[in-house]
Design a protein around this ligand. Structure first.
Ligand code: NAD
Length: 270
């Protein structure tokens, strides 16, 4: 019997890192073969199962990503932009599929993924859940069907630890709305409103961000017309949906040609 694909989780102690460790350990389609944390982090050298307060999993966290990646067929990475750029180069050297869930990457940082994508598969998505990727598709369709008489607003809510805004998912939804409308999001996004802003600009796509408590992730796309409103909504109540999607992406990427892909490709929605 051939061995199951080996997966390394980066940012092992993080909210998503721990969820990924649980998901991969419970899967019958993949094996957890490594866990990476920052140098100096208390998890380094410890069995990750024990560090999570459970039974040993036989995988110790390491601060040597290349060594961990060299044993893996996939790397699942929900960390921070600069760390993700470093991991992209190392995953490509190891020819491992690099699944990137990290959000908040600037355009210039995303461009720096290109050399790695010439040698290995990268799957990057601001949201790995099936439901949100369906919502993206629906947003594009509704935006294409309605004209600028309908104002589009993307409203998102997340827990109080989140460091970037708008969320990666809100940006995916805004991008889908812009594509449906046939406009550029760069020139049509209204990101923050404060003070005397003047009237809403026709055709613009607005973003509102709520931060509080333990909200996993909530997104509304509001199409507000005169006398009627349409609201497309996704509520995430469990981070496991992102971990399951990321694992699916890591398995989907095995044996594919090098290049950059997203969850639409993985889910067959593109
Ligand atoms: P978190 O702060 O709980 O975890 C991040 C982890 O990364 C921490 O353990 C940190 O120590 C680790 N890390 C940072 N730099 C590192 C480095 N150089 N080497 C190794 N480890 C490093 O954050 P989180 O809530 O788990 O979210 C992480 C990222 O994933 C964020 O960008 C978030 O927006 C994103 N996210 C994406 C999705 C999606 O579906 N795409 C879903 C949820 C969260």
């Amino acid at each position: 019997m051939t061995e199951l694909p080996g997966i390394v989780v980066t940012g092992a102690s993080g909210r998503m890192g721990q969820m990924l460790i649980e998901t991969i350990s419970a899967s019958d389609k993949a094996r957890l073969v490594g866990a990476v944390e920052r140098t100096g982090h208390e998890w380094v050298g410890q069995d990750v199962g024990v560090a999570m307060g459970g039974a040993p999993l036989g995988v110790a966290a390491t601060d040597d990503p290349l060594e961990a990646f060299s044993k893996a067929q996939g790397v699942i990475d929900f960390t921070a932009p600069e760390a993700t750029l470093e991991f992209a180069g190392l995953a490509a050297q190891a020819r491992a599929v690099h699944v990137i869930g990290t959000t908040g990457m600037e355009a210039a940082q995303i461009a720096r993924l290109e050399p790695a994508a010439r040698h290995a598969v990268i799957v990057r998505a601001g949201n790995m859940s099936l439901g949100v990727n369906l919502l993206v598709k629906l947003t594009q369709q509704v935006a294409a069907a309605l004209d600028e008489d309908f104002d589009i607003e993307v409203i998102e809510a997340h827990h109080h630890h989140k460091v970037d805004a708008p969320s990666g998912t809100a940006l995916m939804l805004g991008q889908a709305a812009a594509e449906g409308r046939g406009v550029s999001l760069e020139t049509h996004a209204d990101n923050t409103r404060h003070g005397i802003t003047g009237a809403r600009e026709r055709g613009h796509i607005g973003f509102s961000n709520i931060r509080g408590g333990d909200i996993v992730g909530e997104h509304d796309v509001l199409f507000a017309g005169m006398g009627e409103r349409i609201v497309l909504r996704h509520l995430a109540t469990d981070r496991a949906i992102f971990a399951r999607g990321a694992l699916k992406a890591a398995l989907w990427g095995q044996g594919r040609n090098p290049g950059q892909y997203d969850m639409m490709d993985v889910l067959g929605l593109s």
